[in-house]
Structure formats: structure tokens, C-alpha cells
Design a protein around this ligand. Structure first.
Ligand SMILES: Cc1cc2nc3c(=O)[nH]c(=O)nc-3n(C[C@H](O)[C@H](O)[C@H](O)COP(=O)(O)OP(=O)(O)OC[C@H]3O[C@@H](n4cnc5c(N)ncnc54)[C@H](O)[C@@H]3O)c2cc1C
Length: 288
């Protein structure tokens, strides 16, 4: 199918993009890598009247350190994150997550901001930014605001983005101390999307016990979520097999898991339990 007719603008600055979106709050849509939006338009699930292409705004693509934070511009591609030497050193969860996404074409065009804004229930980035307790910087007709990733994902393909807002930047506190990361994913064999994806950001005390755990889950519910019950159950334990097994038994508590032709809800929760355990063990083994 071909999309319905639409207009296309490629602004050179973020201010211009915000103004264009504000000129048609109901009909205008941000275009970034186009790897979720264009398929939706071809199926006519999305019928924007105006596409505002932000992928050509150079100032929106970067990965840098500032103080104790890592700043990532919204149009940074999956491949840029996968291949960043800086991130491999200071926040290896991000390149590990990036390299699990789709195929080479998808990783070269798709953007982290597009993935987070789209909030696909099987998207990988939402799990990673939840585990890392990221802040999202949003800019719109009423100025700029910051929202916690934890509050951002609301429902299926639905976020707290207000009409006319653009996700501008992802801010992550640089992991410090004795930390270890892991991303475990069961990819759908056709698309590569996560049937289940588990991101773990673990910090240990000097005696090897768990200081804190950040755990983001994708693929299981209608939206990615933070497994706070598992995080709380892990804190203070020695992270031995029994403690991990007891904690991960809560991975689907309060969740009504997705069921489809490929995986029932019950099977998804089984996968989530197994892969959360594996991700915690892998993160623990990587602690420096
Ligand atoms: C074959 C295939 C396989 C894939 N496999 C995977 C996979 O394994 N894992 C995975 O996570 N994803 C996968 N994807 C999706 C891919 O990662 C997309 O790139 C991503 O979901 C959306 O990013 P985008 O930059 O392409 O956004 P677009 O498609 O341009 O936009 C998506 C939505 O977000 C909005 N948007 C985009 N950027 C912003 C912004 N900065 N601020 C506000 N709104 C914005 C758009 O208006 C649109 O509604 C796959 C896609 C394809 C086609």
C-alpha cells in the first residue's frame, strides 16, 4: 500500500522544527529514521499531513560526556551508539543493546530518539533507558522540560510526549564504582524485535553485595517497564543463585503479559524469568 498524501519539510534547526510542528498540532509528525513511521504510513495506520524531518538537524546527533552525565542527541543512530568507543568504555549497556537491534540497514537509519518516542512494546531502547534511570529532555511550543524515562512510557505506542513536542536529548548518569551491565534478548526470528529483552545495570558494594540494580523489561507488557520489585529484592543481597532466583520470580508481578501467535503470555513470563536471571549473572561477572 502507498501512504496518503503528505507534505514534507526538512528544517535546519530545532527551533524551526518546533515551529513547524506547532503550525499543525494535529496533522504534523516528526520524522527521524523513518523505520517505524514509514511502515505505519504505508499501512495507513499513520496518516500525517506534514512530516517534519529532524534527521537533518546536525545539532541533534551526538554522544558526549558532561560532568557526571552522558548526553545523547535524539537523532543519534543505533549504529553510532553500537560503535561508540566512549560508550564501550563508560556505559557498555548502550552499545550492547544497540547491536541487538534489527539488521545493518535498520541500525544505520533508525535513531534512539525515534525508538523511545515510538514506544514499541518490543523496542530495545526503552528497556535500556529504564535500567539506566535516564532523563529525557523534551522541547515543544511551551519550552523545554525533563521527564524520567520511568514516567515516559504510558501505554502501547503511547508516551507522555505532549502535542508538538520533540525528544531532544537522553541524559544518563555515568555509571560509577563497581558496576556491571548486560542486555539479554530473545529476538523474533523474522523481525529481530524483542520477544523479551532485559537490560540490567548492577552496582556492587566493596564486599560484593548488591548496592543497587536497575532492570528494564521490554517485549512482555504493552509498554516497557522497570522491574522495581526485582530491583528491591536484589538490593543488599550477596547475589548468590538463591537470592537471584527469589528476586527474578517477581519479574511479571502486576503485568498482564502480551500473547500472540509466536509466544503466549505464560511463555513470555517464563522467558523473562530465565533471561533476567542470566542478565543479572552476566552483569555481575562483568563488574570490574
Ligand atoms: C525490519 C525492521 C526491524 C527492526 N528491528 C528492531 C529491533 O530489533 N529492535 C528495535 O528496538 N527496533 C527495531 N526496529 C525499529 C527501529 O529501531 C526504528 O528505527 C525505531 O523504532 C524508530 O526510530 P526511527 O528513528 O526510525 O523513528 P521514526 O520511524 O522516524 O519515528 C517513529 C515515531 O517516533 C516519532 N519520533 C521520532 N523521533 C522523535 C523525536 N526525537 N521526538 C519526538 N517524536 C519522535 C515519530 O513521529 C514517529 O511517531 C526495526 C525496524 C524494522 C523496519
Amino acid at each position: 500500500m502507498i501512504p496518503t498524501q503528505f507534505d514534507y519539510k526538512a528544517p535546519a534547526t530545532l527551533d524551526e522544527a518546533v515551529a513547524l510542528l506547532a503550525s499543525d498540532l494535529d496533522g504534523a509528525k516528526v520524522l527521524a529514521g523513518g523505520h517505524s513511521l514509514i511502515p505505519a504510513m504505508k499501512l495507513r495506520l499513520a496518516q500525517p499531513q506534514l512530516l517534519v524531518d529532524i534527521a537533518r538537524i546536525k545539532s541533534l546527533s551526538y554522544i558526549r560526556e558532561e560532568g557526571d552525565q552522558i548526553l545523547i542527541g535524539a537523532t543519534t543512530t543505533h549504529y553510532q551508539l553500537e560503535s561508540s568507543d566512549l560508550l564501550k568504555q563508560i556505559c557498555p549497556l548502550l552499545p550492547e543493546c544497540a547491536k541487538s537491534i534489527g539488521d545493518v540497514q535498520v541500525r544505520n537509519k533508525g535513531t534512539i530518539g525515534g525508538s523511545i518516542a515510538h514506544s514499541d512494546p518490543a523496542g530495545d531502547w526503552p528497556a535500556a533507558v529504564l535500567a539506566l534511570d535516564a532523563d529525557l529532555v523534551l522541547v515543544g511550543p511551551n519550552g523545554e522540560r525533563t521527564e524520567k524515562a520511568e514516567d515516559f512510557f504510558v501505554d502501547l505506542l503511547t508516551t507522555n510526549l505532549l502535542p508538538g513536542e520533540i525528544l531532544r536529548e537522553i541524559r544518563i548518569k555515568k555509571p560509577s564504582g563497581r558496576f556491571g551491565h548486560a542486555y539479554q534478548k530473545v529476538p523474533h526470528p523474522a523481525s529481530g524485535f524483542a520477544v523479551v529483552g532485559i537490560a540490567v545495570n548492577l552496582t556492587l558494594n566493596n564486599d560484593g553485595s548488591c548496592k543497587s540494580a536497575g532492570i528494564g523489561v521490554t517485549g512482555v507488557d504493552v509498554k516497557a517497564y522497570r522491574a522495581t520489585l526485582v530491583e528491591t529484592a536484589l538490593a543488599g543481597t550477596s547475589l548468590d543463585d538463591n537470592a537471584i532466583a527469589a528476586a527474578v520470580s517477581h519479574i511479571c508481578d502486576g503485568v498482564d503479559p502480551n500473547s500472540d501467535l509466536y509466544a503466549s503470555g505464560e511463555y513470555r513470563c517464563h522467558l523473562a524469568t530465565v533471561h533476567t536471571r542470566r542478565a543479572i549473572q552476566a552483569a555481575k561477572a562483568r563488574v570490574q
